[in-house]
Ligand binder design. Structure first.
Ligand SMILES: [Zn+2]
Length: 409
């Protein structure tokens, strides 16, 4: 059984018109009016495909298709929200390939043993509201719903997740996590260059890197750049630069086995002729090995203390995100690998460098991901592109994997 590629590609194009940005890009921020429009379309398509639609209190949408038994459904899906100036595949591919899978089963009057669940998670990207992977985070029981509903928008403290959900009418009744899943599959673009460079059809995702995010604020003293002698300076900017160098060297010395990045630096007062009083910077640490993550974090923290003490400054440190690495179970990755082989496609077992809903769902049920190549590895960009044949391959692997799971157990 194969999916209808033309229908899937047309549907992807249809969603890409909602919040269209640039030539082929999309900007559909979670809980915006564009998000509502996309959700409304998905809801109507789910109903047309015969699914019963459930919406939870965080706006996660779940469409259930009955099976021959009433065991827990096999779930699949992703997210319909995007970043600012995002692409048409990130998230939407996983949701719409899931819908296509169901339409294909409908076309052939196929009833699976287990029920199926198509999922659209709320706010995967975390553009206006933290944390990212919000919907799956709460669905998997990893975060407190009430706290999340009160989370304010970055750009408007008067708006919260709860108020925006209400405004678009997606504050459902169901408790997140109320429907248990037999398994969760997420088809996604790779968002990196590996599959294209190695000319491989499918990535069988074995693990997702852990991510630690920390924000540091170093405090010194603002002073005149011309009259303040060096021995009298409390230069927060100079301290931040030394730490940034240390962080950059850290990953290079380890050949990137742990990735350490300072992605944002802000000085205050931020003027050409003033020694900076404040230096605020962020640290992003990633690895598939938790011991590497912890070690890197500790080494960098120790270095920050050393620099701050030597330069007679002070600092504050805020832990923003602590997600450990996730390893998907072999039963799941093997199901995807078998499905890929059965279609005669090439594959590579690989980690995911980015965070995804499946990483949260892994705490809820056996989960895994399927990657397709991203042209030049470009993503979170309006030029994000994946070839039609790769989209088709990915959707066929998803279908075969879901059928494999349904029959195998
Ligand atoms: Zn995504």
């Amino acid at each position: 059984m194969k999916i209808n590629a033309q229908r899937l590609l047309e549907n992807l194009d249809r969603y890409a018109q909602i919040g269209k940005k640039g030539r082929i890009g999309v900007e559909r921020i979670a809980l915006s009016k564009e998000d509502k429009q996309a959700r409304d379309l998905l809801k109507s398509q789910m109903i047309d495909a015969g699914l019963s639609v459930h919406i939870d209190r965080l706006g996660n949408m779940i469409g259930i298709r009955k099976g021959k038994t009433d065991s827990n459904p096999i779930a699949f899906g992703s997210h319909l929200d995007t970043v600012y100036s995002g692409g048409r595949y990130d998230g939407a591919l996983g949701v719409l390939a899931g819908l296509e899978l169901i339409q294909t089963l409908n076309d052939t009057n196929t009833i699976t043993d287990k029920p199926l669940a198509l999922v659209n998670f709320t706010n995967e990207e975390g553009v206006r509201f933290a944390p990212d992977m919000m919907g799956s985070h709460v669905y998997a029981g990893m975060a407190d719903l009430e706290e999340i509903l009160n989370a304010p928008a970055y750009d408007n403290p008067n708006e919260s997740v709860g108020s925006c959900l209400h405004a678009i009418g997606y504050n459902g009744d169901m408790e997140p996590g109320a429907i248990s899943f037999d398994a969760f599959f997420e088809l996604h673009i790779e968002q990196g260059p590996v599959l294209e460079l190695e000319q491989i059809n499918i990535g069988v995702v074995e693990q997702v890197q852990g991510i630690y995010w920390t924000r540091y604020t170093i405090k010194g003293e603002a002073n005149h750049a011309g009259t303040t002698p060096v021995y009298y300076r409390k230069d927060a900017g100079y301290a931040a630069a030394k730490i940034q160098k240390y962080v950059g060297d850290y990953t290079r010395k380890r050949n990137g086995s742990v990735l350490t990045t300072v992605g944002s630096v802000k000085f205050s007062p931020d003027a050409i002729n003033i020694v900076p009083e404040l230096a605020e910077f962020t640290l992003d640490v990633r690895s598939t090995d938790e011991s590497f993550l912890k070690k890197a974090q500790k080494k960098i923290d120790d270095y920050v203390v050393k620099v701050v003490e030597k330069d007679e400054l002070s600092f504050e440190r805020e832990e923003m995100v602590r997600f450990g690495p996730v390893r998907f179970p072999f039963t799941m990755t093997d199901t995807v690998q078998t499905a890929t082989k059965s279609l005669g496609l090439s594959y590579k077992r690989m980690p995911s460098g980015a965070g995804h809903d499946a990483q949260m769902m892994a705490h809820f049920c056996p989960s895994t991901m399927i990657f397709i190549p991203s042209v030049k590895g470009i993503s979170h960009n309006v030029e994000e592109y994946s070839h039609d044949h790769d989209v088709e391959n990915g959707a066929n692997v998803l279908l075969a994997a879901v059928l494999g799971r349904s029959v195998a157990r």
